[in-house]
Design a protein around this ligand. Structure first.
Ligand code: AMP
Length: 626
């Protein structure tokens, strides 16, 4: 640990703690850097030292706070890589979360040699999981039913368990996993450390903590009083895969001189800067990888008006002293309310007008509500501009410039009493057939085409189709999720609650009065536990009750992709719940993924622009095998 290692439990000021101060090995720090994280989130800065010190920890934090790395990093640090026994177990409420957690942990552990992380969840072949477990795995992430299933079969052993984590504990209890969780806790060794993350702390969670945890340290991200600057605040609903295009539309319709665009990681900053430059914006990147010299150059260009946009991480923008920023864009949502307030405080300084714009993807809808509630700010939802609006604005601007130039030329002519070179040139072009109007129209045409000010009919048609699809999509998703864009606690919770119950019968069975989602959840997990075979009930496999379309992806096991990569990418790009993804069959060089037919086209469309494990993928409808 470095000298700056925080006193355990000391109050953490943003920016005061660096990853290097937390007592993590250089391999893990490299993993963190590769992911582009610049500094620990508040929950990470607090939780990591406690978990490393061997304490039981209870963290009150929800998704989007960086909680996964908050427990993932110290657990990885403590794992004995020479042993292939299971040393860490994380219980999660849904298979999407299990997959996400396993992915993030795997990414963080990229530079740890010999680490093996396995997600285990209902709906995936037991045999496959057993094969991997037999080979030796140190870090297991799973849903309670499936984990218990493995424990009862003896295919998962906890004799060497060091750390047991309950992730989204309140959610697991809500979903009726209490008995399963208790059984797992009972089977864990007495001396293993226990960590519990939960967004809320209802009595049932406190009771669980009291019975199963030893003198736990309670961590919560304390809220300091914040003064919200008096700037206009708006937000746009955006889709993850359209964010960079949406940003261009927004920038084209905002009147601003200097803007800062915030991204959460260094990688994000670099990618977005490249995109903006390619689209003709005067933008540059500011993040922690720059040398002092590079940083000074960027800042000097920004100060003197040589740049319109600074694309920055929170860390890099901290301490920036510029008074005339009139636009702040939260391209990625900040971790917490303080950071939101801090970012938007970059504008509207010294009595100037300022505007803050926030992009909100469906998964982040809860965050903007929380920010608005906590800051009591009126953050208005706005409709993203469309291509026609942008082109009308640009045309208006161009004509305004033409008029202003004409005015200047008229004045100059009055002074010099001579015709200028341009007018002489124009006169040389006019003849019987073409008058000044024809020539001026031709010049405008050239300008408008060169600057690509008017979208082509094809582009307009593509946008119209996309908007139509988006509306239909939102409607279907709303029905599928019982609310689009909600969080696990809000309107959107139904999709999550149902997420492990497969498609069985397609009906919405309620709780059985004891808060348990009886039959359906059991169908996906416990049912298999009892019967052993996949999809006991009716002999149907997951996904087969619905009209499914098999898709072909051009990546396979040679590219080291996992089923989680596909579920993660499809849900992340499309905003659909992970449960719509059916069977996944990974071959050497390609993969088949079953998705509901009604979503197939949209999934192909978004995935054909997306990446899996950093690789661009090509997706098509799978041809039936001969
Ligand atoms: P979580 O709350 O664990 O679901 O994390 C939310 C998102 O934040 C994930 O995409 C993480 O990869 C990302 N993240 C976690 N920690 C950091 C960090 N220190 N800096 C930037 N991004 C982070």
């Amino acid at each position: 640990m470095s000298e700056k290692t925080p006193e355990i439990g000391a109050e953490i000021t943003p920016g005061a703690i660096h990853f290097e101060d937390l007592g993590l090995s250089k391999e893990l720090l490299k993993g963190v850097t590769d992911l582009g994280f610049e500094e620990p989130s508040p929950i990470q800065a607090q939780a990591i030292p406690f978990i490393l010190a061997g304490r039981d920890v209870v963290g009150q934090a929800q998704t989007g706070t960086g909680k996964t790395a908050a427990f993932g990093l110290p657990i990885l640090e403590l794992i004995n890589l020479r042993s292939k026994k299971v040393q860490a177990l994380v219980l999660c409420p849904t298979r999407e979360l299990a997959v996400q957690v396993a992915e993030e942990v795997t990414s963080l552990a990229t530079h740890l040699r010999g680490i093996s992380v396995l997600p285990v969840y209902g709906g995936q072949s037991l045999e496959r999981q057993i094969r991997v477990l037999e080979r030796g795995v140190q870090f297991v992430v799973g849903t309670p039913g499936r984990v218990l299933d493995h424990l009862e079969r003896g295919t998962l052993k906890l004799d060497n368990l060091q750390t047991l984590v309950l992730d989204e504990a309140d959610e697991m209890l809500d979903m009726g996993f209490r008995d399963d969780i208790q059984s797992v806790l009972d089977k864990a060794p007495e001396d293993c450390r226990r960590v519990c993350f939960s967004a809320t702390m209802p009595k049932a969670i406190l009771a669980l903590i009291k019975s199963y945890m030893k003198d736990p340290e309670f961590i919560t991200v304390t809220r300091k009083e914040v003064t919200v600057p008096n700037v206009e605040q708006i937000y746009y609903d955006v889709r993850q895969h359209r964010k960079s295009d949406s940003l261009c539309l927004v920038l084209d319709t905002q009147d601003f001189n200097k803007g800062i665009v915030f991204c959460s990681t260094k990688l994000g900053v670099d990618e977005l800067t490249t995109h903006l430059l390619a689209h003709g914006y005067q933008a540059d990147a500011l993040h922690g990888n720059l040398s002092q010299g590079q940083r000074d150059r960027v800042m000097s260009r920004f100060r003197t008006g040589g740049l319109d946009l600074l694309v920055a991480t929170d860390v890099a923008a901290r301490g920036l002293d510029i008074d005339d920023v009139d636009l702040v864009i939260n391209y990625d949502m900040p971790f917490d309310v303080e950071s939101y307030v801090h970012r938007i405080g970059r504008t509207g300084r010294a009595g100037r007008a300022g505007r803050a714009v926030t992009f909100v993807t469906p998964r982040e809808a809860y965050k903007i509500r929380e920010i608005s509630r906590y800051t009591k700010a009126d953050i208005k939802r706005a409709q993203l501009p469309n291509k026609r609006e942008v082109s009308d604005l640009k045309t208006g601007k161009l004509l305004g410039e033409v008029m202003a130039t004409m005015e200047d030329m008229r004045e100059a002519r009055k002074d010099s009493k001579k015709l200028d070179r341009y007018t002489l040139l124009l006169q040389s072009l006019t003849d019987d057939e073409s008058g000044e109007v024809d020539i001026a129209a031709a010049l405008l045409k050239m300008l408008i085409e060169r600057e690509k000010i008017w979208p082509s009919p094809e582009e307009l048609e593509a946008e119209r189709r996309e908007q139509e699809e988006m509306r239909a999509w939102q409607e279907r998703s709303r029905q599928d999720r019982g609310g689009f864009g909600g969080n696990s606690r809000g309107e959107g919770r139904n999709w999550r609650d149902r997420s492990e119950r497969g498609y069985s019968a397609g009906s919405e069975r309620g709780r059985d009065g004891q808060g348990r989602y009886g039959q359906e959840r059991d169908g996906a997990e416990s049912g298999q536990r009892r019967g052993g075979a996949e999809g006991q009930r009716g002999g149907q496999k997951r996904g087969q009750q619905r009209d499914m379309q098999r898709l072909f992806f051009n990546v396979g096991s040679k590219a080291r992709v996992t089923p989680g990569d596909f579920v993660g990418a499809i849900t992340g790009e499309s905003g659909l719940p992970g449960r719509v993804v059916g069977e996944i069959e990974i071959h050497d060089r390609f993969t088949f993924v079953d998705v509901p037919r009604e979503y197939a086209e949209e999934i192909m469309r978004v995935m054909n622009k997306a990446q899996i494990r950093g690789m661009r993928v090509a997706v098509d409808v799978a041809k039936p095998m001969e």
